[in-house]
Design a binder for this molecule. Sequence first.
Ligand code: GRF
Length: 230
Amino acid sequence: MLRIGVMVSGGGTNLQAILDRIDDGTLKNCEVVTVVASREGVYALERAKKRGIPAVVISRKSFDTIEEYDSVLIAHMKKFNVGLVVLAGFLSLLGEDFVKAWKNAIINIHPSLIPSFCGKGFYGIKPHQKALEYGVKVTGATVHFVEPEYDSGPIILQKAVEVHQDDTPETLQKRVMEQGEWVILSEAIRLFSQGRLSLNGRKVLISEGNNTITNEEKSDRCAGLRGDIC
Ligand code: GRF
């Protein structure tokens, strides 16, 4: 069983998509064991509560340094024996310590086709505003492994979404979430849970076949003990 820790900052629609795929059997041998929100009062916490998933708020503002923040996050995820960390609309930057603790086992969903419209400050509605301002005909969503810099890790999956002539940032965001984010985030988790992802430099390779491994093996492998990734 792959034990997943999901980190959120907003409405939790990406979290909900993961839970729905677990319920409909698309995501086998996966369980969301904890939800960590960066702030109080976000609806993602309600979604976790409805499912009886232990949820906590761990806010960056409560800590003087990113190292302190990291150590609390690491302790929390280790307490739940998390094998994969999923950033689902999570807006705080994670430090080196946390990223190292789950080497190549932290994935993030971003609402654009990286390397366009990404980096510090590009979250929420902004990527869609910038895509419309630029006049792109296609935008989309990206799932990538997390490294200490915003939106910079190796790309796992991307999904293109057409821009319509009458789009507003809001209508475009809705279509990117529905047709892009909610689809590829769960697919990336499925591939990870089946041990089908590996890295060749920056390139993420997806192997055929399904060699599902246990959470413990996953944790060992992804803690970098074997050097390769899941
Ligand atoms: C959305 O803008 C999404 O594009 C990005 O984070 C925001 C909140 O998503 N990933 P969610 O509804 O909290 O999953």
